[in-house]
Ligand binder design. Structure first.
Ligand SMILES: [Fe+2]
Length: 315
């Protein structure tokens, strides 16, 4: 053996193959890549042996992955949907963003963020049509001691009242239900939008087929997406959820956390609504974001935004 490995047995059992494959990857120079590859192979082989995967099932899996790849475009990310609906995105999110107590919890980024959301003044309306029920969402951005953070950036996006994101609708080039807001010197922010609606994740591809075959529904409870960032603090990627939603306990992507649920309260009109151009009834929700200090010094907020935006550019 020129590479110094022991002679592999020629009459292989399943376990001999696993051992040989693990050995073949054992010299991976990068220690993290080595750890990941060895664990992946161990679990993958164990899975195949546990379920006694047939050749037909193996070929079906190849077809599903091929179909998922073909469905991906600058407006569709089927692999993120697989990750989300298998709960992997939320596990990675939890592992990656362990927050100190009192900090606003994070949840999935999702595939619908887009570049180019307009900067808007306090009270600006992210909804470009009259559809849906008007809503005012306000609150403060605070540090862990409850001190206001001025000038924090709130990047907001939401599904339209018809349950589609702008990128899924008839004119995907038009931005709608998106905006960037800043907290004022007392940490306050305020935006006008519409009451969020529950919507199904795209289910016309292999993810939808998986949900159907396994008796799962594709619905996500009503929510509004936020990325809140400020210099010197850890940015948080999260949603706020409407407490009245029937899908809170069965979110297709497992993203609901108790601390992110808030009340949308009906108002019959009045001066506050009129101040923001709302003539009739509307709903109001309040939610405070609490940011943890940046680990190891100041965070490069622009870099964080760029990285998030690069992910979102797919949708
Ligand atoms: Fe969403």
């Amino acid at each position: 053996m020129s590479n110094g490995r022991s002679e592999a047995p020629r009459n292989k059992t399943e376990d001999d193959i696993t051992t040989e494959v693990l050995e073949r990857f054992s010299d991976t120079p990068d220690p993290r890549l080595r750890q990941i590859m060895l664990s992946l192979i161990g679990h993958l082989h164990a899975f195949v042996k546990e379920v006694q995967l047939t050749e037909a099932e193996w070929f079906k899996a190849i077809e599903i992955l091929t179909e998922a790849g073909k469905m991906c475009s600058d407006r569709r990310q089927e692999f993120i949907l697989f990750s989300d609906t298998l709960g992997v995105s939320m596990v990675v999110d939890l592992l990656s963003h362990r927050k100190p107590e009192r900090a606003t919890e994070s949840t999935v980024f999702g595939p619908f963020h887009r570049l180019g959301a307009p900067d808007m003044p306090a009270g600006g309306n992210i909804a470009h049509t009259d559809e849906g029920t008007p809503a005012l969402v306000s609150g403060r951005v605070l540090d862990l001691a409850g001190k206001p953070i001025a000038g924090a950036l709130l990047d907001v996006w939401q599904a339209q009242p018809n349950g589609l994101y702008d990128s899924q609708d008839q004119h995907p080039e038009d931005l709608n239900m998106r905006g960037k807001f800043h907290s004022d010197r007392d940490g306050h922010y305020l935006l006008r939008t519409t009451v969020p609606v529950h919507y199904p994740i795209p289910s016309d591809g292999p993810v939808g087929a998986m949900l159907k075959a396994t008796g799962r529904h594709p619905w996500r409870p009503a929510h509004i997406h936020f990325v809140v960032s400020a210099e010197g603090y850890e940015p948080v990627t999260t949603h706020i959820f409407d407490r009245r939603d029937p899908y809170l306990n069965s979110d297709a992507v497992f993203a609901v956390k108790d601390s992110l649920i808030c009340d949308f309260t009906r108002h019959d009109g009045g001066a506050e609504g009129q101040r923001y151009g709302i003539g009739g009834p509307y709903f109001a929700a309040e939610f405070d974001f609490r940011l943890a200090p940046a680990a190891g010094g100041a965070v490069d907020v622009e870099d964080a935004q760029r990285r998030l935006a690069a992910l979102g550019a797919r949708a």
